[in-house]
Design a protein around this ligand. Structure first.
Ligand SMILES: *Cc1c(COP(=O)(O)O)cnc(C)c1O
Length: 381
């Protein structure tokens, strides 16, 4: 059996958790939380990084920070995880979905401007599979129309666009440390605040709407309720687990890239034969091997291939059901322009198993079963 995912463990997690317990501070913003925040700030060059309980919560903080309210509109892809939309819809904003590019499955930067109007407050980009959206073009558009950019970089930790880390390019960036992501602590996330004007309020929102962070820095002599907010601080136990992984970030990244490259080397012959399609990585992007996906002819072939892999003990999966045609998407959102690729491409995508320390023989076993499937069928794309 080859599972789809095994959460990464690099070796020191339990030691750091024991250390956190010994330090006697287990709630938020203790030693390890600060270590993690600082690690991202120093390595990635973000102005301020705050660990959160999830990427979903980092996105919710972003929506509060940008003062999203009833009647506002937010532009995002329909091909994404529900949290990208939910966070903004929770504030009363409308989700305006824009079609994706078939080569990267990312928001098509050339279709965004047509969706912008006087109600538009933000563009939320998703760096699918850890491969960047066309950020230069998107940031220029945002500046021209005076709107903010939030990067849902849940999948993009350690990836680069023009030598800049994903999550540090927009006004705000959001990371996920869910167990299915490259660096994990079970459940966790981070908000990157790249616009300094938003830092102080971000700290308040994350601390239940209080100025508790200022109090701990000695900037006020008592703390009180000053704004809306919620409890977005993770426990020190989660931060301790995560910090062990950050210290080994290159080990994890290189190991995943090795697996990704091995898949690519073998499966590109099937692409050359016109049987499958692989994602493309634009020139100015360096990816983090978050995901290896293939695209087959259509939904029928996908069903057959997934069944074949399952019958042979391989945990391949598909996602996402497009948001614009979902029950909540119809109620809280709308498509801008045509759905030329979102539905069509989403229906033919398969994600292959990829995790830290995936043995070479397992990768080859997955490859072998895909070849076996195409030996008996000629479903060209
Ligand atoms: C995983 C993921 C999320 C949600 O992350 P959580 O930490 O589980 O809340 C949001 N957006 C995208 C694109 C994701 O892949």
């Amino acid at each position: 059996m080859i599972p789809f995912n095994i959460p990464a463990v690099t070796g020191k997690e339990h030691i750091y958790i024991a250390e956190a317990a010994k330090r006697g501070h287990l709630s938020g913003d203790g030693h390890f939380t600060k270590q993690c925040n600082q690690w991202f700030e120093e390595k990635f060059g973000s102005k301020k990084v705050l660990l959160t309980t999830s990427c979903t919560h980092a996105l919710e903080m972003a929506a509060i920070l940008l003062d999203l309210k009833e009647g506002d509109e937010v532009i995002l892809p329909s091909y994404t995880f529900v949290s990208t939309a939910n966070a903004f819809v929770l504030r009363g904003a409308k989700a305006v979905f824009v079609d994706i590019r078939p080569d990267t499955m990312n928001l098509d930067e050339n279709l965004i401007e047509a969706a912008i109007n006087e109600k538009t407050k933000a563009i939320v980009v998703v760096h699918y599979a850890g491969i960047s959206c066309e950020m230069d073009k998107i940031m220029a558009l945002a500046e021209k129309h005076n709107i903010k950019v939030v990067e849902d970089a849940a999948q993009g930790v350690m990836s680069l666009y023009n030598d800049k880390y994903l999550g540090t390019i927009g006004h705000l960036g959001c990371y996920s440390f869910h167990e299915t992501k490259n660096y994990n602590c079970g459940e966790g996330g981070a908000l990157l605040i790249n616009d300094p004007a938003l830092i102080e309020r971000a700290e308040i929102i994350r601390e239940k709407g209080t100025d508790r962070s200022k109090f701990f820095r000695g900037q006020v002599d008592k703390y009180s309720w000053v704004d809306i907010g919620s409890s977005y601080l993770p426990s020190e136990l989660n931060a301790a687990f995560l910090y062990a992984q950050l210290e080994e970030s290159d080990t994890i990244n290189n190991d995943r890239l090795k697996t990704w490259n091995l898949y690519y080397k073998h499966l590109k012959t099937l692409q050359e034969d016109g049987l499958i399609e692989l994602g493309s990585i634009p020139q100015n992007c360096t990816h983090n091997a978050h995901m290896f996906y293939i695209k087959v002819k259509d939904i029928a072939v996908r069903g057959k291939l997934l069944q074949h892999l399952k019958d042979n003990g391989i945990g391949a999966v598909f996602h996402y059901v497009p948001l614009h045609s979902s029950v909540a998407g119809l109620q809280y959102g709308k498509m801008s322009g045509e759905d030329q690729y979102t539905t069509k491409e989403s229906e033919r995508l398969i994600r292959l198993p990829l995790f830290f320390h995936m043995e070479e023989e397992k990768v080859l076993a997955v490859v072998e079963q895909i070849f076996a499937f195409y030996k008996n069928s000629t479903h060209t794309v």
